[in-house]
Design a protein around this ligand. Structure first.
Ligand code: F6P
Length: 547
């Protein structure tokens, strides 16, 4: 038994599950006209309808009791106070300090972090203003037109997702490009689109040791110098964002051109820090501040609202219900908004790198499931691709349907079709279609006898498939800030329930280590390292083609 599974609430929920698993949402709705109103809430510009879940009042009561018994109230306080809750790295976890708009002091090792946070924000603001206004000039005295972000993982996905989501707020002169893949194809294709005289490279890496990023940055620098032919010009076209000033200087970027952040900001939680520089360059300081304001609204709500009316806690605990009791190990993110097309990838890293863990904080193997597999795509495209499995396949995979109420494309007719699909999908997943309904439908179409009976089972939808509908009043910086913070806190809550460390990522290290040796072999610097026969053969195949 682990710390979690011996909690009375954990056991009590199993007892409840034995009965609850037979309930159908269709019946729950029929029996309770007030269900949608009770199981929905609004925070800032976000509206959550969680009524289409396999839950009752007793389920929620049990889940909230579990959250309390797992120590959630004190763990929330510990995070916001700057305690070193990332124990394996001995670090505080303070993305909330980056958007602490009240400026109340938050201490790490006895020092208030807010003055540093504010001073970096101010530097970012000045720089962004200079670039956006055209005052910042390249080596031939031309304003910047293109920004190339070089980074990977948390140093890519956050800025990329936000810049894509808020494109309508972007500066009309600035084109944003994101290079993360060490496959030279991405950088090569990007460099074809930009001009060295008007391009600013933002090299983003928390550690400044990430091989993919440093390789791309080095190649970009060589490309730039092959045109500028002046080392002195680099300072006008390369800036760095990192926690590692020494490595930035060694790489050849003047520390005066570096924007700092701190080891208490996790990579996947870093878009609010200087890692957000590309966001600020594109959207401006005011919109970036709005993004922070939106996150702050969610932070305050998360800290202060009772669990029963707490959006991140509700989403997290309902998630636990499926993952641990129903055994649903997957969760779909389906934004019904083209601008949010990178949201699934962003949340995938946020959730899976945070909670993809197999030991508890005390190092004991878990005896329950942890993070679900997060996947997704814009909902409307998903409908014509993988929703078949979600409707009639054998897996139970809860789905977050995310949409903006306000029409932004202004193309007549589109928005109504889009939102009709959001609401229809949620209804279809919940209701399904019974065998009787199918038979009646087929009979009305003139089918009968064996033909009717042969076709009917294929057309039955079991329904009872859970969705959360998350609606934004509009997709703007403030609401996007709230939305991202909502997921961050949801993931934190689940990590607390599972007693795992959501803020390290040792699982990414082994592959990096092995790649170093193999890279040395592929480049002829090392021969004959020991491998299994499969790996050795793959290396031989590479050598045959690239001899
Ligand atoms: O390898 C995983 C990882 O460390 C992520 O956690 C991180 O977001 C990404 O690589 C990039 O790291 P860095 O910002 O240090 O280059």
């Amino acid at each position: 038994m682990s710390e979690l599974t011996e909690l009375p609430a954990w056991q009590a929920l199993w007892d409840h599950f034995a009965e609850a698993k037979h309930l159908h949402m269709r019946d729950l709705f029929a029996a309770d006209p007030g269900r949608a109103e009770r199981y929905s809430l609004e925070v800032g510009g976000l509206f959550l309808d969680y009524s289409k879940n396999r839950i009752t009042d007793a389920t929620l009561l049990g889940l909230m009791e579990l959250a309390r018994e797992a120590g959630l109230p004190s763990r929330i306080k510990s995070m916001f106070k700057g305690e070193k809750i990332n124990r394996t790295e001995d670090r505080a976890v303070l993305h909330v300090a980056l958007r602490n708009r009240t400026n109340s002091p938050i201490h790490v090792d006895g020092e208030d972090v807010m003055p540093q946070v504010n001073s970096v924000l101010e530097r970012m603001g000045k720089f962004a203003h200079a670039v956006r206004s055209g005052d910042w000039l390249g080596f031939t005295k031309q304003p910047i037109t293109d920004i190339v972000n070089i980074g990977i993982g948390g140093s890519d996905l956050g800025p990329l997702m936000v810049c894509s989501a808020l494109k309508p707020f972007g500066h009309p002169r600035l084109n944003m490009h994101f290079v993360s893949n060490v496959d030279g194809a991405q950088l090569k294709e990007t460099l074809k689109k930009v001009h060295p005289e008007t391009t600013l490279f933002v090299v983003e890496s928390k550690t400044f040791t990430t091989q993919e990023t440093l390789t791309n940055a080095l190649t970009a620098r060589e490309w730039f110098l092959s045109h500028a032919r002046d080392e002195g010009a680099v300072a006008k076209h390369f800036v760095a964002v990192s926690t590692n000033q020494k490595a930035v200087a060694e790489f050849g970027i003047d520390p005066a051109n570096m924007f700092e952040f701190w080891n208490w900001v996790g990579g996947r939680y870093s878009l609010w820090s200087a890692i957000g520089l590309p966001i600020m360059l594109y959207l401006g300081e005011e919109n970036f501040t709005e993004l922070l304001n939106g996150a702050h609204i969610m932070d305050q709500h998360f800290m202060n609202a009772p669990f029963e009316q707490n959006m991140p806690v509700l989403l997290a605990m309902i998630g636990v219900w499926y993952i641990n009791y129903y055994g649903g190990g997957s969760h779909v993110i389906a934004p019904y908004d083209q601008y949010l097309h990178r949201l699934p990838a962003f949340i995938q890293q946020l959730d899976m790198e945070s909670n993809g863990k197999q030991v508890t904080l005390s190092g004991q193997p878990v005896d329950f499931e942890t993070a679900p597999i997060i996947w997704g795509e814009t909902g409307i495209n998903g409908q014509h691709a993988f929703f078949q499995l979600l409707h009639q396949g054998t897996h139970i995979s809860p789905i977050d349907l995310i949409a903006s109420l306000e029409n932004r494309s202004n193309l007549p007719g589109h928005h109504e079709i889009l939102l009709a699909n959001v609401f229809a999908q949620a209804e279809a997943f919940m209701r399904g279609k019974t065998a009787e309904e199918v038979r009646a439908e087929l009979a009305a179409q003139g089918l009968k006898g064996e033909a009717l009976e042969a076709l009917a089972p294929h057309k039955v939808f079991g329904g009872n498939r859970p969705t959360n509908t998350l609606l934004m009043s509009r997709l703007d910086p403030r609401n996007l800030g709230s939305l991202i913070a909502l997921y961050e806190h949801k993931i934190f809550v689940q990590g607390v329930i599972w007693h795992i460390n959501s803020f390290d990522q040792w699982g990414v290290e082994l592959g990096k280590q092995l790649a170093k040796t193999i890279h040395a072999e592929l480049t002829g610097k090392l021969g004959g390292a020991e491998h299994d026969s499969s790996t050795s053969r793959l290396i031989q195949l590479y050598r045959r083609v690239n001899a």
